[in-house]
Write a protein that binds this ligand. Structure first.
Ligand SMILES: [Zn+2]
Length: 142
């Protein structure tokens, strides 16, 4: 059996993903040794797809490229277990502060592949205020 599947079963993230999918009424099927649940309609989280343990929950069927992105998140769950959730929250907040979106500087999304996940990378926000006596070229971005 796949070690990621074993670890995520033991750390209870996959059972949590299965519970979430079942509560949301998404049929679950096997895909590549993991689990896919599509037809998700709840508003949270705001994403086309998300992964909980070894369960990928999506609004519509995923391409192979997006699937591989989500499989990368499964490996992250295998390392962090339930700590993935607060760690992801911190990484998303960091990205928001640095870029204005929750993925461009989010280490979890970057390591899973921004492009594969359908994300467009934003540049870093400029920090600080315009320099005193400056030309305005260094103005802060709102
Ligand atoms: Zn992702």
């Amino acid at each position: 059996m796949d070690p990621v599947a074993v670890v995520n079963a033991l750390n209870l993230t996959t059972p949590t993903g299965l519970l979430w999918a079942r509560l949301a009424g998404c049929p679950v099927r096997s895909r590549g040794g993991y689990l896919e649940a599509s037809g998700y309609r709840w508003r949270f989280p705001v994403a086309g797809a998300f992964t909980i343990g070894c369960v990928v929950i999506s609004r519509s069927p995923l391409t192979d490229v997006v699937w591989e992105h989500e499989v990368s998140h499964m490996r992250q769950y295998a390392v962090l277990g339930p700590l993935f959730w607060p760690a992801y929250g911190v990484a998303a907040a960091w990205s928001w502060v640095r870029t204005g979106d929750w993925w461009s500087r989010n280490v979890f999304e970057r390591r899973a592949g921004l492009r594969a996940g359908g994300y467009v990378e934003r540049p870093l926000r400029r920090s600080g205020r315009p320099r005193r006596g400056g030309t305005g070229a260094g103005a802060a971005v709102a």
